[in-house]
Design a protein around this ligand. Structure first.
Ligand code: TTP
Ligand code: MG
Length: 358
């Protein structure tokens, strides 16, 4: 197989950057976008100044204001973010048809066959970022690598307004030193389990026995064994058909009672609403609740619907909770099943990954 050239582009503190662009008085302030404290809102994102205070995405607004009392909180303006998202996608499409959006502000591009900039993926990434800035007034960061896995990690390394290139010659060293926590699909729980075995970076996996990894990490072992050598053969898939939009939360502490689960549910609903708005309200045909128990079994209860019914989640949750049979709850998730309009290939979001808050 010939060497691929993949770019991962990710806008810098996206929603907050849009708010600063449209309201220059905010530029020197700590700014966050999210729901109000009074309505028990959560932070969608914040600018870098706010991050210095420890404010983070998915944190409750109450907590964010405690950490940073001077925080300027802006309500989200989803329609503006969606419009910017479609502007940046038009820019991506000038370079390749192989664009896989991951969310409003993030996409993979396969530029292996792109003739522009003498075929140099680094120059293409520079040019795309410059065009994004000219068109939207916003900065983006990029990662350039021979595959999606490394490109995504690279786009974080020179944020904001920077890029990082992992050339084929660098892959071996880079992936050997890469912290396993950075591998997509490895959450906090798996990361601590790996650490308990002394497995911290790619080199540790290379040195481990595959049978040992299989025994303790099941299916994940194959992923670890590939990623520790910087291997990821997954292709850039343009225009994925989205089937569902969901949010879920792995809890810091397992829940025991239905009431505790209902409290979680009430936190998740506004977040789902926000994610769903970003789909430009695709038709909904199903709603579902997912619970994961302390024995790692999970259950899903779904119901077909004609239109979104927020209070239905309480019934679904109650049904799902009955299946706990005394087990504690370690994750609560809710989702809607959506139908992509068949002719709508210009949809600005093709798939929103499930949002895991811990
Ligand atoms: P991210 O790209 O994860 O974050 P970001 O662009 O704000 O910051 P960074 O510079 O680190 O990339 O998410 C993109 C947008 O998605 C973000 O601006 C707001 C939204 N979002 C939420 O609404 N909730 C969340 O929990 C996260 C992570 C993002
Ligand atoms: Mg971003």
């Amino acid at each position: 197989m010939t060497q691929r050239k993949i770019i991962h582009v990710d806008m810098d503190c996206f929603y907050a950057a849009v708010e600063m662009r449209d309201n220059p008085a905010l530029i020197n302030q700590a700014v966050a976008v999210g729901g109000s404290r009074e309505r028990r809102g959560v932070i969608s994102t914040c600018n870098y100044k706010a991050r210095e205070f420890g404010v983070r995405s998915a944190m409750s607004t109450g907590m964010a204001l405690k950490l940073c009392p001077s925080l300027v909180l802006m309500p989200s303006r989803m329609s503006v973010y969606v419009a910017v998202s479609s502007q940046i996608r038009q820019i991506f499409n000038r370079y390749t048809d192989l664009v896989e959006p991951l969310s409003l502000d993030e996409a993979y591009l396969d530029v292996s066959n792109c003739q522009q900039c003498y075929g140099s993926a680094s120059l293409i990434a520079e040019k795309i970022r410059a065009e994004i800035f000219e068109t939207t007034g916003l900065t983006a960061s990029a990662g350039v690598a021979p595959n999606k896995f490394l490109a995504k990690i690279a786009s974080d390394l020179n944020k904001p307004n920077g890029q990082f290139v992992i050339s084929p010659d660098d892959v071996d060293e880079f992936s050997g030193q890469l912290s396993l926590r950075k591998i997509g699909g490895i959450g906090k729980v798996t990361a601590s389990k790996l650490e308990n075995f002394g497995l911290i970076d790619g080199n540790d996996i290379r040195a481990a026995k595959p049978e040992f990894l299989n025994r303790h990490f099941g299916k994940l072992a194959d992923v670890l064994l590939a990623r520790c050598y910087g291997i990821d053969d997954s292709v850039v898939k343009p225009n994925r058909v989205r089937k569902s939009v969901g949010v879920e939360r792995t809890l810091a502490r397992d829940l025991v009672t239905l009431d505790e689960c209902i409290l979680e549910l009430n936190k998740l609903i506004p977040m789902l609403n926000q994610r769903y708005q970003a789909t430009q309200k695709l038709p909904i045909h199903k709603q579902g609740v997912k619970l994961k128990f302390d024995d790692f079994q999970s259950t899903t209860v779904e119901q077909a619907v004609d239109e979104f019914n927020e209070s239905l989640y309480l019934n679904l949750l109650t049904d799902a909770f009955e299946r706990a049979q005394g087990r504690k709850i370690r994750l609560v998730g809710i989702n809607v099943g959506v139908r992509e309009a068949a002719e709508n290939t210009e949809n600005p979001i093709d798939d929103l990954p499930q949002l895991d808050l811990f």
